[in-house]
Write a protein that binds this ligand. Structure first.
Ligand code: NAP
Ligand code: G4F
Length: 322
């Protein structure tokens, strides 16, 4: 009997890679999509014939409970969120509704309609924020620096609380930044890879960025969805930090991306106050040793390969558009 997985956020970067992984493992995959007047399925267009889509919204308890009831999942991956940190200062209440209370709604849906299902919550290294130790591990205290980070801390602790209160198999993966050619264009890595391709084609002449000294632990999204799956295959539910253990600055990313096409980023990057944040997360770097040992998980794609993959994908995309 094949297992059934329910994925919220299937139209997002991670949802699309996770759906591919689970289909390859023989799962029946059901993805939650919210009602829209358009069908924004570009990341899963190649999968729509092999997955089922169900309509529900993180803001609406009835729709979530109904989808869980109708699907009878063995595993639930709660990936849906308002995931862009910068937007969380402009829409703090909505971010709290989606990214914090949305988790409680999903847990309530599971508790009522499928209490035996295993639950994965997409926690974030943004929870470490103004870091109190380096590298950051599972025991590192949280100090979030944005409404998004605060909402994710809530989502994390409500998952722990439901596990302990109701004996659910519910876990949080504290994932550090993970990127891919499917990353949204507003995130800094994709903004850079897209700009490199546009500059190369003469469509753009400069790249306006905020704080290029911020450091992140960047991995490949395809590797990270494998860690999500591994967390739900354990004998006992537990939370894990997932990252590469290496940190690079936005400036490093610019250097690597522009070098791919033999350009010097200093000739194009302009710093713009508009992209600075009210409170910044200066440095993130994971200690993924528990995931290495207990999940048998290690990232396959390193920083240089990730940057090249993203720039080449955008170069090809613009070449196809010609
Ligand atoms: P993403 O590309 O922004 O995708 C977000 C998904 O959430 C989209 O499918 C979106 O649907 C859906 N969504 C948003 N609001 C919703 C609502 N009210 N009801 C139903 N669905 C809704 O994010 P991602 O990069 O794949 O990240 C996946 C999850 O991991 C997020 O929770 C994110 O916060 C977390 N995370 C990401 C990273 C990272 O580096 N990528 C690191 C740590 C944690 P639409 O297509 O309809 O907008
Ligand atoms: O790419 P970013 O917007 O990602 P950020 O804020 O680290 O958040 C991402 O990773 C989190 C995991 O730690 C996820 F939970 C979250 O959902 C999201 O996927 O910004 C990265 C860094 C920041 O320090 C930002 O200030 O890049 C800096 N930056 C500099 N200039 C910029 C820009 N970020 C963006 N988006 N745009 C700029 O122009």
């Amino acid at each position: 009997m094949s297992k059934t997985a329910l994925i919220t956020g299937i139209t997002g970067q991670d949802g699309s890679y996770l759906a591919e992984l689970l289909l390859a493992k023989g799962y029946r995959v059901v993805g939650v999509v919210r009602r829209s007047s358009t069908t924004p399925y570009e990341r899963i267009a190649h999968l729509v014939d092999r997955i089922e889509l169900a309509s529900a919204d993180l803001l609406d308890q009835t729709s979530l409970t109904d989808v869980v009831q109708a699907t009878a999942p063995d595993e639930i991956y709660n990936l849906a969120a308002q995931s862009f940190v910068q937007t969380s200062w402009k829409q703090p209440v909505l971010t709290g509704e989606f990214t914090a209370l949305g988790v409680t709604r999903m847990l309530e849906a599971l508790r009522k309609a499928a209490p035996k299902a295993r639950f994965y919550q997409a926690s974030s290294s943004e929870q470490f924020g103004k870091v109190v130790e380096t590298p950051q591990r599972e025991s590192t205290p949280f100090y979030p620096r944005s409404p998004y980070g605060v909402a994710k801390v809530y989502g994390h602790w409500i998952t722990v609380n439901y596990r302990e209160s109701f004996d659910l198999f519910a876990v949080s993966g504290i994932l550090f930044n993970h990127e891919s050619p499917r990353r949204g264009l507003e995130f800094v890595t994709r903004k850079i890879s897209d700009a490199v391709a546009r500059i190369q084609r003469g469509l753009q002449h400069e790249l306006r960025l905020g704080n290029i000294d911020a450091r992140r632990d960047w991995g490949f999204a395809g590797d990270y969805v494998d860690a999500m799956w591994r967390m739900l295959q354990q004998d006992t539910p537990d939370d894990f930090v997932i990252g590469t253990g290496e940190t690079y600055s936005v400036r490093d990313f610019c250097h690597a991306a522009f070098s791919t096409v033999d350009l010097d980023y200093r000739d194009y990057v302009v710093q713009d106050e508009k992209f600075f944040r009210p409170a910044e997360v200066d440095l993130l770097v994971a200690d993924p040793s528990r995931a290495n040992h207990e999940l048998g998980w290690t990232p396959k794609i390193q920083f240089a390969e990730l940057v090249r993959m993203m720039v080449e994908a955008d170069l090809e995309r613009y070449a196809r558009l010609r």
